[in-house]
Design a protein around this ligand. Sequence first.
Ligand SMILES: Nc1ncnc2c1ncn2[C@@H]1O[C@H](COP(=O)(O)OP(=O)(O)OP(=O)(O)O)[C@@H](O)[C@H]1O
Ligand SMILES: [Mg+2]
Length: 308
Amino acid sequence: MNEMLTVKNLHKSFGAKHVLNDVSFTVQRGHIVALVGPNGAGKSTIMKLILGLIPSDGGELKVDGIDVSITSHQELAKVGALIEYPGIYPFLTGKQHLELFATGADKEKDIDKVVAALQMGSYINAKAKGYSLGMKQKLGIAQALLNNPELVILDEPMNGLDPQAVKGLRDVITNLAAQGTTFLISSHILSELEKLADDVLILNQGKIAEHKTMHDLTHSAVSVFVIHTDNDVEGQHVLAAAGLIAELDHGLRIQQNSENNLDDALRALIADDIHIRAVQQVDHDLESSFLDLINSEARGAKQDDNAN
Ligand SMILES: Nc1ncnc2c1ncn2[C@@H]1O[C@H](COP(=O)(O)OP(=O)(O)OP(=O)(O)O)[C@@H](O)[C@H]1O
Ligand SMILES: [Mg+2]
């Protein structure tokens, strides 16, 4: 059984608001999967549904091949999670929090293991009311990693962590994944996810807009160029008049495809006496892939609106 998580035709509305619309994806055992999307795309909602915290309006959710829902949560014993903000009791120490959540035969050993991995030893016996933002966040992550979960769901885990802690968390996650733990992680820090994740799920307006390996997404055949001119604003008008689409982003950013290409763009600009200073090919990192996809979907929606 290689599918640790299966999400099929998932729907969710809050009142009249359709938040998830037919979302399907699978997560393979031992993979680190990034769930990315704009604010309000539905990332936390998916995570809450998987954890049986809120009811769905249709669809299937399976953890390790077994159905989970708000009324059927046996499989969730295999799942550790941090959703949105960690629940912290100010008058308990960090250690006491972990003792509340530990379920294994050797609780002390399990607790010591996560405390050491996340380097929380110097404050784990202090009351949580004195913790900084990042210390609280680490305590939430420690709770999620306790009890050797097979699947770990982390919603914005890097929130408030300093660069050293971010690197430490990355090492902990990659070590656990190498031993077979599966991760579903949402974050807006795309550069960090790029270092961490095997697969990427891009969620946009409640739908899966892309599901690829990180390698395929960042090595996609689509080329993006930035043309630097002496008048980019005018240049954008000239390109638009020639039927070419360019985003204004520190130059004229064009995505090469059958209708839009660099040759035509350069010809149109030169024909209009716009001086070209430089042309640069953009490395396709996760951030640029993400922005290209979200922007092109927004343009598609606008064109559909105009057609109606
Ligand atoms: N309990 C709720 N009641 C009503 N609407 C909700 C509720 N929870 C979420 N929503 C709505 O569902 C949509 C998706 O929210 P969600 O929190 O899943 O987004 P997100 O992708 O996690 O965003 P962010 O990146 O800001 O964390 C939003 O439009 C939000 O307003
Ligand atoms: Mg969220």
